[in-house]
Design a protein around this ligand. Structure first.
Ligand code: MLT
Length: 254
């Protein structure tokens, strides 16, 4: 991985493939490796950028609090460093919240947007409270609490569960709790959607146990021009469970 210093953070990223720029942003509490299989299927069509968000993978973190918008700033700084003016931006779940924060702040830098297993709505109060409790648990007991609780909800596929669990166990307590607080405080992006001037693709698993498929349908209702690709039988991590179908859906932004 390459490392670039932005906002006091060492931000790690991988760049592979050739073609139109496309950034793949991972979800919580994973890292860029969650995109590995899908990236292999996209690298002949796109100049792929796979960052580790601050606090995840090989990227360092800073003392919180920080926001989804700060994470979007890190990615804008990464694009500046690489001389990439405009990119397709793809976010899985929390990565989708970061993608929406990026689109809010840097719309002129977005040539297309895909939300994979994500949503535009902010957290209701009980979910927000739950995130702060989980952040406390992670600080006291380690990231294992999140690995145990989340992995079964990611997918019914045992291999995918095992891969995801191993990735989660490598993450830092500070990064995981920092991201939980940032997700809790994220802005609602629903009202932002109609202003999008770029193509939008929504990829969702019909069996997503963490963010129900209705969240993608709600976005489609607000943004009728968006293309919704519902992957039958996929859970919360379609790029790991159905990499071919996910990659094909993302190629619509090529
Ligand atoms: C994710 O997969 O990034 C998280 O489940 C998103 C969330 O908790 O809202």
């Amino acid at each position: 991985m390459e490392i670039v210093k932005v906002s006091g953070i060492e931000l790690a990223y991988t760049r592979r493939g050739t073609g139109k720029p496309l950034m793949l942003i991972h979800g919580f509490p994973l890292d860029h490796t969650s995109w590995n299989e899908a990236a292999s299927l996209l690298e002949n069509d796109f100049d792929l950028l796979l960052p580790d968000l601050r606090g995840f993978g090989k990227s360092t973190t800073v003392a919180g609090p920080y926001s989804m918008s700060d994470m979007a700033d890190d990615l804008a700084a990464l694009l500046d460093h690489l001389g990439i003016e405009k990119t397709v931006i793809v976010g899985h779940s929390m990565g989708g919240y970061v993608a929406l924060a990026f689109a809010r702040k840097y719309p002129q830098r977005v040539s297309g947007l895909a939300l994979v297993s994500s949503q535009a709505a902010a957290d209701p109060p009980d979910r927000k409270e739950g995130r702060y409790k989980t952040a406390q648990d992670v600080t006291e007991k380690g990231v294992g609490v999140v690995a145990e609780a989340m992995t079964p909800k990611f997918s019914a596929n045992a291999d995918v569960q095992a891969f995801a669990k191993a990735v989660i166990q490598k993450q830092s307590q500070a990064g995981v709790s920092g991201a939980l607080k940032a997700m809790a405080e994220r802005e609602d992006a629903t009202t932002l959607l109609p202003a999008f001037k770029f193509p939008v693709v929504l990829v969702h698993g019909s069996a997503d146990a963490l963010i129900p498929a209705e969240r993608a349908q709600e976005i489609k209702a607000i943004l009728p021009a968006a293309q919704l690709v519902m992957i039958e039988g996929a859970g919360h991590v379609p790029m790991m469970e159905f990499p071919k179908e996910t990659a094909e859906a993302l190629k619509r932004l090529g």
